[in-house]
Design a protein around this ligand. Structure first.
Ligand SMILES: Nc1ncnc2c1ncn2[C@@H]1O[C@H](COP(=O)(O)OP(=O)(O)OP(=O)(O)O)[C@@H](O)[C@H]1O
Ligand SMILES: [Mg+2]
Length: 485
């Protein structure tokens, strides 16, 4: 099979779609990157020849006719060829069986400007209704219904393709989806990965058409929902200020995941880029036992979806905590300190360490919610996390020791978990905590309380780094010693 490229633009609606000349009684395949259209014509297709526009301007169709003449061939069509609804030709298992293919002089379906687009909600009519499976963004099938109406007198019978669309936009969802499949969306530079070269990041940079849209999956509608198609939603397992998190079953692999949806619709690129920072931080980190696993992400209905490893629960102060003994608290602290050492070594600060963002799975503690993550070198914007866990320097807009911000927050989070009371958001107690004046923690060892104090020191340089914290002898202490006061 030969493959040829059709470079003719379909922007001009007069360049009417598939001009199928000659021997299209056969089977041919049109391939366009991932899009493969198999057209099986069971009848002689000479009815497509007598196109007014083609006759008026035969040269316009020349490349096509050159390519198609000769029977069975493969074609690579340019993206533009499919970018107008005229040329949305979903994968077709068969042509309508009740079309009269022997009629001569049948017009090609008109261009979008000329046809009356019927947005009909009426049920399927008998007769010339045909259903073609199309493709949605994620590669799954959706149905596009084309109704062939016969109009006019007997001599001048014309066929009109009426596209039934669920939404009221002019361009069908399948058109948008197909376009998205035709040209890959932009590859974004991950700011957390300093060493990636431009070419590695964006191999399609020169070819990308702006019409492909900045994000591929923003077309909306249940039919095109990657979330609904790929996952079965079990239940909501959490919510934050910006998102809701669901436990889901992935249909294909039968495994459970957590999927986080942003609550707000992200209309603007700036909002989307900001939301993407969380994904990019997670993705750049790779895997670590104490960091929630990241699988994939996508935009849908202008919301960001993040597929993550499913954990059992968070350590939220509002949920029943099982951190009843100092050993358990130290274990949580030790594991999250390992996560912090890992991310700090990669030049990233979390900036929102708190019990809500520490999850537990099978006894393993995992740091999650990288929505505030930034670079330690200050080269990215800084969005501080929950003020209850922020040290004074952040509240004073001093960002010189961002790794130590995480240490303070971890100390504050552990302090909260041990006390079992929510930290204050303001007031004298709030200030005391930032001046190293921690109330005594009855039932807890002095070394442990001193460690919390040093982690929450007002001077960030006096706080231990994550590495130093992990080297603290308290973590190697036998449990019995830990219990002795
Ligand atoms: N992977 C996960 N497994 C289990 N539960 C999760 C997971 N991710 C999030 N959750 C639950 O959902 C809650 C909200 O998630 P997350 O903190 O990521 O949302 P957010 O809107 O960014 O929150 P915030 O208000 O802290 O900014 C978490 O506190 C936790 O209870
Ligand atoms: Mg959170």
């Amino acid at each position: 099979m030969k493959r040829k490229t059709l470079r003719r633009s379909s922007r001009n609606s007069k360049n009417c779609g598939m001009i199928m000349k000659g021997s299209l009684a056969n089977h041919f395949t049109v391939q366009l990157d991932q899009v493969s259209l198999n057209l099986s014509l069971q009848q002689n297709s000479s009815q497509f020849q007598n196109l007014p526009d083609f006759e008026a301007n035969p040269s316009a169709a020349e490349p096509l006719s050159q390519d198609i003449d000769g029977g069975d061939k493969d074609f690579i069509l340019s993206q533009d060829f499919f970018c107008t609804p005229d040329y949305i030709t979903p994968e077709m298992p068969a042509m309508p069986i009740n079309l009269d293919w022997n009629k001569e002089n049948v017009q090609c379906p008109n261009s979008p400007e000329k046809i009356r687009t019927v947005r009909s909600k009426r049920p399927k009519l008998e007769g010339n209704m045909v259903t073609f499976p199309g493709s949605n963004i994620s590669g799954h099938q959706e149905l596009v219904e084309l109704e062939i109406e016969t109009l006019g007198t007997d001599e001048t019978k014309t066929e009109k393709v009426v596209q039934l669309q669920k939404n009221h936009s002019y361009v069908s969802q399948s058109a948008v989806a197909l376009r998205c499949r035709v040209m890959p969306p932009p590859c974004l530079k991950n700011p957390y990965l300093k060493n990636a070269s431009e070419m590695d990041i964006d191999p399609f940079g020169n070819q990308r058409s702006k019409c492909a849209g900045f994000y591929p999956a923003g077309v909306g509608g249940e039919d095109l929902s990657r979330y609904r198609t790929d996952f079965h939603e079990i239940e909501q397992i959490g919510s934050g200020n910006f998102s809701r998190v669901f436990k889901v079953l992935k249909r294909l692999d039968g495994c459970m995941y957590a999927v986080k949806h942003s609550l707000k619709r992200l209309h603007h690129d700036t909002e989307r880029c900001k939301a993407l920072m969380e994904v990019q931080a997670l993705a750049s980190l790779g895997t670590h036992e104490n960091i929630v696993g990241y699988y994939s992400s996508w935009f849908e209905n202008e919301q960001l979806y993040i597929q993550m490893e499913l954990c059992d629960r968070s350590l939220s102060i509002n949920k029943p905590s099982k951190l009843s003994t100092e050993e358990e608290v130290l274990e949580a602290m030790h594991q999250i300190a390992k996560a912090l050492q890992f991310i700090h070594e990669k030049g990233i600060a979390h900036l929102d360490v708190k019990p809500d963002n520490i999850y537990i799975k099978n006894g393993v503690y995992k740091l999650g919610d990288f929505g505030c993550a930034t670079l330690l070198d200050g080269s990215l914007p800084i969005e501080e996390g929950d003020a209850r866990y922020m040290p004074q320097e952040i509240l004073n807009d001093k960002y010189d020791h961002l790794d130590k911000v995480d240490i303070f927050s971890l100390g504050a989070a552990i302090f909260e978990l041990v006390r079992g009371l929510p930290l204050p958001e303001s007031g004298p107690h709030f200030l005391n905590l930032r001046e190293r004046k921690l109330p005594l923690l009855p039932g807890h060892s002095l070394p442990f309380q001193n460690l919390l104090k040093v982690m929450m020191d007002p001077d960030p340089t006096r706080r231990p780094s994550a590495k130093e914290l992990l080297e603290n002898p308290i973590f190697g202490r036998p449990p019995r010693t830990a219990r002795s006061k």
